[in-house]
Design a protein around this ligand. Structure first.
Ligand code: HEM
Length: 520
């Protein structure tokens, strides 16, 4: 009761005041909200990208500038498939202020890969990422016509004659490497093993014995620091003052000098009998202008090759072994194929035998179909660019991109597209013969122009097509051939790993396997 007595007058005093405050506050908030809406509406054209007339549809997004970076980054394939269903093969999404025009299906692939030089540029898209790593005077730091000549040099250096010499080297390196898996059975990380083995075999074959012999010491650290510069943020921004970029720049100088010292040393000692690319570049290469390839350019090309092949081939090898681990019967089939071609599992591997190992080939192909290491192929658009067969025009300064994994994993092109089935390739080439009247040579060998319309393009197409494919196949197939002779494999805890999309190359999130040593 006493409290009730006090409460009444107090409430009487406060109540009108509270009511007044509430009304004022409501008006105040309403005013702020209206002004904010008006303000946001006024600055919307500044904050949000406005769709131009005839531009492909823009995927809606909430956060200005960031755009769809987060939703796309979480699961790119899901993202692209979702908007493909909604908009068709061409749509734009905003990525940190950039217009990324996604071009899907075989026509979309063809649009990106066969874009004319005056319309779209790879160097404008990749320069900030690659020039500090590879160095000046090569690849995306030079006019496209110079790149074409440099690609021709490398392609000629990867001749069948040289590849023939590489197979026994890769076989030996692989046997030596896996001799460290010496328990009868154990758990090991197959991606770590593939990465170490790919750099060992690539160094031995392409860069030479001198580089290979330093791999366990100084060279490994230089490679690691240089590789640290190969990250998505450097694709988006020019020369950020990051500690990793400082290390990258120091490592670049060290690696270039290291290669150039070896070149000088070989010259002084009169060494000319090597089968590596260093030998080829420093003795056989002259531009059409008559200028010889300089040692610095040779060193930079060697860095570019090392970087282009390392993560692509090592993740492919890791994924292939993971797919095999999920299908133990394939191990027996692969071994049987080797016995059929070579006579026994004890015969040394040769280039000619490797070429005949069709199932091994199809395992690699099928892995590249489901897990193409390079997710997006990107070009910067140099002038407003109409998309043939549509009413769309891509505005100048946008980026066009092809996403290989979408056509690779599309039911429209591949039956049971999500299933790993190496045998699907048995008749593929027969059924997809290219016409011989549509040939084109950009300067590094004849290509089928129409090949850019294939739904399967793990090595790209057109003027920027990969020239490392024959080496990659020889390397990966030889490693797998040796591996199946030595081990059987099962997935760790029976789980096939998911994709990690956060780095430049699509990697397995986990890569543990249970191996069992075979008694041969
Ligand atoms: C270009 C994939 C291994 C050297 C490309 C492209 C793709 C690709 C998709 C086209 C890029 C674009 O159009 O923007 C792969 C895959 C590999 C592999 C999946 C392994 C499984 C290698 C190796 C080397 C190499 C081992 C070197 C020995 C190159 C070069 C280019 C290229 C020089 C040309 C770049 C250009 O013209 O712009 N690669 N690559 N690649 N790759 Fe490979």
């Amino acid at each position: 009761a006493p409290f009730a007595h006090h409460a009444t007058p107090k409430n009487k005093l406060i109540a009108p005041f509270v009511n007044e405050v509430s009304v004022n506050t409501i008006f105040l908030y309403a005013g702020i909200a209206t002004l904010s809406i008006l303000f946001l509406y006024a600055i919307k054209p500044i904050l949000y990208v406005k769709r131009k007339q005839n531009e492909p549809p823009i995927v809606p997004y909430w956060i200005p500038f960031i755009g769809s970076a987060i939703t796309m980054g979480l699961d790119p394939i899901k993202f692209y498939r979702k908007y493909q269903q909604e908009y068709g093969n061409y749509f734009t999404f905003i990525l940190l202020g950039r217009r990324m025009v996604t071009c899907l299906g075989t026509e979309g692939n063809n649009f990106v890969f066969n874009a004319k030089l005056a319309d779209a540029s790879a160097e404008a898209a990749y320069k900030s990422l690659t020039v500090p790593v590879f160095g000046k005077g090569v690849v995306y730091d030079v006019h496209n016509s110079v790149l074409m000549e440099q690609k021709k040099f490398v392609k000629s250096g990867l001749s069948n004659e040289n590849l023939r010499a590489y197979v026994p080297m890769i076989e030996m390196e692989t046997k030596n490497y896996f001799s460290r898996w010496d328990k009868k059975s154990d758990i090991q990380d197959v991606h770590k093993a593939a990465a170490e083995l790919i750099i060992m075999t690539a160094s031995k074959c392409l860069l030479g014995d001198e580089v290979r012999s330093k791999l366990d010491e100084s060279f490994a650290q230089i490679f690691h620091d240089l590789d640290g510069g190969f990250k998505p943020v450097n694709f988006l921004f020019d020369d950020l003052p990051l500690p990793s970029n400082k290390l990258r720049d120091q490592a670049h100088v060290k690696m270039r000098n290291f290669f150039m010292d070896i070149m000088k040393d070989r010259r002084e000692k009169g060494i000319t009998d090597r089968t590596d690319i260093m030998q080829y570049l420093t003795t056989n290469c002259q531009y059409k202008s008559g200028k010889k390839l300089s040692d610095e350019e040779s060193a930079h090309i060697m860095i570019a090759m090392l970087m282009a092949g390392q993560h692509t081939s090592s993740t492919t090898t890791a994924w292939a072994l993971l797919y095999l681990a999920a299908r133990p019967t394939l191990f027996n089939e692969l071994r049987q194929e080797q016995i059929d071609i070579l006579g026994s599992l004890h015969e040394p591997l040769t280039f000619d035998a490797i070429k005949k190992l069709t199932l091994h080939d199809n395992v690699v192909r099928e892995t590249l179909r489901l897990r193409p290491p390079i997710l997006n192929i990107i070009r910067k658009v140099l002038r407003d660019l109409p998309i043939p067969g549509t009413q769309y025009v891509v505005p100048k300064d946008s980026y066009i991109q092809s996403v290989l994994a979408v056509s690779h994993r599309s039911e429209g092109y591949f039956e049971s597209a999500e299933t790993f089935n190496p045998n699907r390739w048995i008749d593929f080439d027969q059924n997809n013969k290219e016409r011989d009247d549509d040939l084109v040579d950009y300067g590094f060998g004849v290509l089928h122009r129409a090949s850019a319309k294939s739904p399967f393009l793990p090595f790209g197409a057109g003027r920027h097509r990969c020239i490392g494919e024959p080496f990659a196949y020889v390397q990966i197939k030889t490693i797998i051939a040796v591996f199946v002779r030595m081990f059987d494999l099962a997935l760790h805890e029976n789980t096939f790993p998911e994709c990690d999309f956060t780095s430049m190359i699509v990697q397995p999130k986990s890569s543990l396997v249970q191996y069992t040593k075979r008694d041969n």
